[in-house]
Design a binder for this molecule. Structure first.
Ligand code: SF4
Length: 412
């Protein structure tokens, strides 16, 4: 614990950051810090988990059925904190979810920070498909979104050294022994069942690792998403339905094929790092197969097809400062990132950040993420750009996604 305090002594604490940024929602600041530092659950907090009510994950990943922990947290204003498996990950003391006076609370080294609740389990989680697969293994749920991951591996990892350096997809895939592809019948049955719950969902979300094969690079990935989206579309009367795909950056022809053949209404291709040099180092597979400038061009073409406000890109906030080749100054990292984000915004593409969690199994495991203040400044900077260029962030807002401190700010 002393070592943690030594590290943190060089940074502003949570309460100091809150005092320094009084105009930023304290819920958003807490969220960024919990994601940055990770979270643990006390035995008392775990005793408050009701398996009939709460959405849980299992410590050894999703094929296990014991050792349940709450999948994520919700704060009093409806802000989600996606905690996943990041029990402790940053070289700093993780937060502890505990119980005080019968309330579930987030605590920071013994001090109560905020009251939290566990996400509620959707109705379909207790059902099985006709193949006897639990539906919660086919589609995950956010509080108001259904999430599908039709391809659970990423082919960038097929070439040694091509996986993104912060990414643990390949390690997770090997650990869980999941099939690479999720069965389409299981997806169809799960979606139909999930949508029976009135008022629960406002959108459908798809993502997965990159599939590089096909006549043209990524053709097979596009074909897979077309198949899944057409199946999903059977549940809707309108041609387009509220949906988001995070895919690889597709060519114009591939984007048109996706748009014209499905009900998909918004598109994301995560560039991950907003600086060419850092992108080349951190995302070598994406750099080799598509390239930084081409990635941006493909996003701009997507705006022409999906429309203004329906295209964005994600970054792994803070990974631009990874060692040894990342920025060494937070000011410089912020300046470079926001300058690039502004160029994207001018073209109608807004940038959202996921807080870099130093995942076990990633090349960057054991690195240290930037300060909390950095995440607050980055979130405010990205939010300012959306307001300046009048980009509506609803396609990826706190209700649909809930994983981006910056778009959490867009509702205030
Ligand atoms: S972050 Fe990179 S390596 Fe990981 S799944 Fe995405 S594209 Fe593949």
């Amino acid at each position: 614990m002393t070592a943690f305090n030594d590290i943190d002594a060089r940074e502003l604490s949570l309460s100091e950051v809150m005092r320094k940024y009084p105009d930023v929602s304290p819920f958003v600041i807490i969220k960024a810090d919990v994601q940055r530092r990770g979270v643990r659950f006390s035995e008392a907090a775990l005793a408050h988990v009701d398996l009939a009510v709460h959405q849980v994950e299992y410590r050894g990943f999703s094929r296990e059925t014991s050792g349940a922990i709450p999948v994520s947290l919700m704060m009093r204003d409806g802000t989600s904190i996606l905690t996943g498996f990041t029990l402790e990950n940053s070289g700093r003391p993780p937060y502890l979810v505990d119980v005080v006076e019968d309330r579930i609370v987030l605590t920071d080294q013994g001090t109560v920070v905020e009251e939290v609740d566990y996400w509620e389990k959707p109705d379909y989680y207790s059902k099985e498909t006709s193949n006897h697969i639990p539906m919660w293994q086919i589609a995950l749920a956010r509080p108001q979104r259904i999430d599908l991951y039709p391809f659970q591996y990423c082919e960038f990892w097929n070439t040694p050294g091509h996986g993104c350096k912060y990414c643990s997809v390949a390690a997770t895939y090997k650990k869980t022994g999941k099939p690479k592809y999720v069965d389409l019948t299981d997806i169809a049955e799960t979606l139909a069942e999930a949508l029976k719950q009135p008022g629960r969902y406002m959108s459908l979300f798809l993502t997965g690792g990159s599939i590089l094969s096909g006549k043209e690079l990524l053709d097979d990935e596009v074909d897979l998403y077309i198949k899944v989206l057409r199946e999903a579309g059977k549940n809707f009367k309108s041609a387009k339905f509220p949906s988001q795909l995070i895919g690889t950056a597709y060519t114009k022809e591939q984007l048109l094929r996706l748009y014209e053949n499905t009900g998909l209404s918004s598109y994301t291709a995560d560039i991950e790092v907003l600086n060419k040099e850092k992108f080349d180092w951190i995302c070598p597979g994406k750099a080799a197969k598509i390239g930084y400038e081409e990635w941006k061009d493909r996003l701009y073409q997507a705006v022409d097809i999906f429309g203004f406000g329906n295209v964005n890109t994600g970054i792994v906030g803070g990974v631009e400062m990874a060692r040894p080749k990342g920025f060494t100054s937070e000011d410089e990292a912020l300046d470079m990132t926001l300058t690039e984000a502004e160029e994207l915004a001018k073209h109608g593409v807004f940038t959202v950040q996921c807080v870099w969690t130093v995942a076990e199994g990633s090349v960057f495991f054991n690195q240290k993420t930037p300060s909390l203040e950095y995440y607050v400044r980055l979130s405010c900077g990205l939010d300012r750009l959306c307001r300046k260029y009048h980009i509506n962030t609803d396609m990826d807002n706190y209700r649909r996604c809930g994983n981006h401190p910056d778009t959490d700010l867009s509702r205030i």
